[in-house]
Design a protein around this ligand. Sequence first.
Ligand code: PLP
Length: 382
Amino acid sequence: MPRMNAEHIRPLFDLPRDLAYLNCAYMGPMPKSAAAAGQAAYDQRQRPWQLGVQDAFFDQPEALRAEAAKLFGTESDNIALVPAASYGLATAARNLDLSADQEILILAEQFPSNVYVWREAAARSGAKLTTVARSANQSWTDAVLQAIGPKTAIAALPEVHWADGGVVDLVSVADGLRAQGARLVLDLTQSLGTAPFDISAIRPDFAVSAGYKWLLGPYTLGYLYVAPEHQNGQSLEESWIVRDGAEDFARLVEYADRYAAGARKFDMGERSGFQLVAPALTALEWLNGIGLENLAPALRDRTRAIETAVRPLNLYCDTPDRAAHYLCLVLPDTAPSDLAARLAKRGVSVSQRGDRLRVTPHLYTDDVDIDRFANAVRAELT
Ligand SMILES: Cc1ncc(COP(=O)(O)O)c(C=O)c1O
């Protein structure tokens, strides 16, 4: 088992001692090793003649695809490299049928990347976009299971709601959808890389994650799972590098009809982006080295310790089935609307989402951070 105490992990990150960074759901800090890999890639860009074509254009992206595949619990063939969650979700929308008498399910206050694309799909097809709300004390799972019906064609869901940290039990939701012949599209941006993902039980049609939060990678590189049955579908763009024979740069105008295998045809243009691939690969190797099965309990320990530290202040999480890595604290009516900004002045980085304070630690979070957070909240709220 890798050493996972904050005391061992913290030095791997560039985190100042006078800051409690509890904002991984906003943006994960890249490990120092990942930043160094990115800097080396930029350095190398000064000397293009030194770039190994096979390595830089093909082997490194493949190595990254393989690491990303481990997070999803699948093979490299099912993964595409994409710039953003919205890109992956647009790929899904482009490849799923919808008719005017059908509906798409989304959650209330879902992240906009997984909303706008379905509004557009609904407007184009005449299908209805149904927003599933949950009542107090109801889990997202129960709310979604209640909403699934014979008209449901697509459910476009997260695994963890970005604003309240509630989990959608994807195994039962996927079963409910399959019973109606409906499709499942997932935005895993707030969960992938924090716990094992049971792909064989969930069997989504498409699942995407941005790479700059829990995956600790650079901005503008994410990962899209495409189920084998959709791999003959249409990509958003026609990149040359995902065509057969692209390795031979001298013969690119011998245009090829065939694509590289599996989900690679859905790769974004310029997917080899050296300065992105190098740090992303380093970050994912690190996460996979720790092991997703070890991460989930360790992250739960951190959020529980934070919960315990603020309980005397009457701050609590009221979300049923909260995710292990995600703590959304209900704020009292008297809390200042700029609480997050005030906490930042006290060296605490968290996010305010509606009437909740979103506190998202990682393995680098230690007791000093947790004390700093509790003291800062006490000073602002009492
Ligand atoms: C649930 C969720 N999905 C996606 C994103 C980012 O989306 P995109 O990669 O489309 O910018 C975020 C960012 O906060 C998010 O919380």
